[in-house]
Design a binder for this molecule. Structure first.
Ligand code: PBG
Length: 322
């Protein structure tokens, strides 16, 4: 008789003891948007359940996360002023440094990560300095390094360069080491693809480019080998964590990242993935709880250690209720 695989799937406890993949609130990172100059939280239309928060609203998020067992947060800033040099991205008392301090004051143990990219601080919405219509790599690097230093000075544990400039990881690592922040870790957005799944985020963060697109710096979604090169290069430049982004359509890239590196791998389940599930669930077309737990487990099964997800709070409540 051929082997009977169903033997191990017969009862709930059998299934439970043979489960190959775990999913815990501690695996999740919750992204937040903090906006300078507002006093009330603003709902984000394209991301139901998510808000642009005033700095004063940040402590409550830290408390909620601690309650459900989420240990880390990723902060995005929306400044009051933008220019051609992203000046507000380097302000020592800018919106992100303020948010970091508020988070650490509320819960010193919360792992505070920050996005390091200038798109939300530039009038033109591109992720680097423009020379004509070209995004210039090398003149962007010092801006990113300085931005990371202001986050480190405010108490960030992890800085995450997402602008997709070459050598951004090395530039940040060097600047942090030189300035006495050798303890601050770098999470590299290594395999960040040029993706339509970022649509709702650009609305949330008011960071859409005013002309053109990001294809000259973000990866082509047709390319897995090219992404692998960047993962390896970021490891060489001193990254502590490698990221794959978006998540669901890029599980194959997560598998490759896991195979080629022993660094922790983070998967970013981006705004479009969140909004698709929310929209379908609102119509009763999908069971939100089940679909979220299934997709988050899929990231873990593919090899991700950490998952950045807008569902972090809800998913943790569901996991804790099991
Ligand atoms: C900034 C940045 C983006 C996201 C994270 N950091 C937008 C972009 O590259 O256009 C997307 C996050 C999401 O969609 O949830 N460069």
């Amino acid at each position: 008789m051929p082997n009977r695989l169903r033997r191990l799937r017969r009862t709930e406890n059998l299934r439970s003891i043979f489960k190959e993949t775990s999913l815990d609130p501690g695996d999740l990172i919750y992204p937040i948007f903090v906006r300078e100059g507002i006093t009330e939280a603003e709902p984000i239309d394209s991301m139901p359940g998510q808000f642009r928060l005033p700095v004063s609203g940040v402590p409550e998020v830290a408390r909620e996360l601690r309650e459900v067992g989420v240990k880390s947060i990723l902060v995005f800033g929306l400044p009051q002023t933008k220019d051609e040099h992203a000046t507000s991205s380097r302000a020592p008392n800018g919106v992100v440094p303020q948010a970091i301090r508020a988070l650490k004051d509320t819960d010193p143990n919360l792992v505070v990560m920050t996005d390091v990219c200038v798109c939300a601080y530039m009038t033109h919405g591109h992720c680097g300095v423009l020379h004509g219509e070209r995004v210039d790599n090398d003149s962007t690097l010092p801006l990113l390094a300085e931005m990371a230093l202001t986050h480190a000075a405010a108490g960030a544990d992890v800085v995450a360069p997402s602008s997709m400039m070459d050598e951004q990881v090395g530039a940040l690592r060097f600047a942090l080491n030189e300035t006495g922040y050798s303890d601050v870790a770098v999470m590299a957005y290594s395999a960040k693809f040029s993706s339509a799944f970022y649509g709702p985020f650009r609305d949330a963060a008011d960071s859409a480019p005013t002309f053109g697109d990001r294809a000259s710096y973000q990866h082509d979604y047709s390319n897995a080998r090219h992404a692998r090169r960047e993962l390896l290069r970021d490891e060489d430049e001193g990254a502590d964590i490698l990221m794959v982004k978006p998540g669901l359509s890029y599980l194959d890239i997560i598998v490759r990242a896991r195979e080629i590196s022993d660094l922790p791998i983070a998967a970013y389940s981006v705004s479009g993935e969140y909004s698709m599930i929310k929209a379908a669930a609102e119509r009763g077309w999908l069971d939100e709880r089940k679909i979220v737990l299934e997709t988050l487990t899929a990231f873990r099964r593919a090899g991700a250690d950490l998952i950045i997800t807008y569902f972090a709070k809800e998913a943790s409540k569901w996991l804790n209720a099991y």
